[in-house]
Design a binder for this molecule. Structure first.
Ligand SMILES: [Zn+2]
Length: 108
């Protein structure tokens, strides 16, 4: 059996390693969180541009504007847990949270 000093030394090493690993996990979590939010923001920006482009193209060919349908891409982003409303734009929804502003925007 290893002497007490050796055991404590090993525990100390293990503790250091675990602390470093935890810090790495926290960092990776933060990076992932940031890129997920950024991704949602970009997809919403893309939707806005698509809508603007569609408006623009309709004007070009002078077609009648069809009845407004809920935007399926925005619905998907909302269902993935992000606000699509202007007030909380691209913020994460809390677990089980809903938002009247988002629903109003999607289904008005
Ligand atoms: Zn919202």
């Amino acid at each position: 059996m290893a002497d007490k000093y050796e055991v404590f030394e090993q525990l100390g090493d293990l503790e250091k390693t675990l602390t470093m690993t935890l810090a790495q996990v926290a960092h990776i979590r933060q990076v992932l969180e940031t890129s997920i939010t950024e991704n949602a923001t970009l997809r919403m920006e893309l939707e806005k541009l698509r809508e603007r482009l569609a408006e623009f193209e309709k004007k070009e060919v002078k077609k009648e504007t069809p009845k407004d349908q809920p935007n399926p891409n925005l619905i998907q982003i909302f269902n993935e847990g992000f606000h699509v409303c202007h007030l909380h734009y691209a913020e994460r929804l809390a677990e089980g949270e809903s938002c009247l502003d988002c629903l109003e925007l999607l289904y008005r």
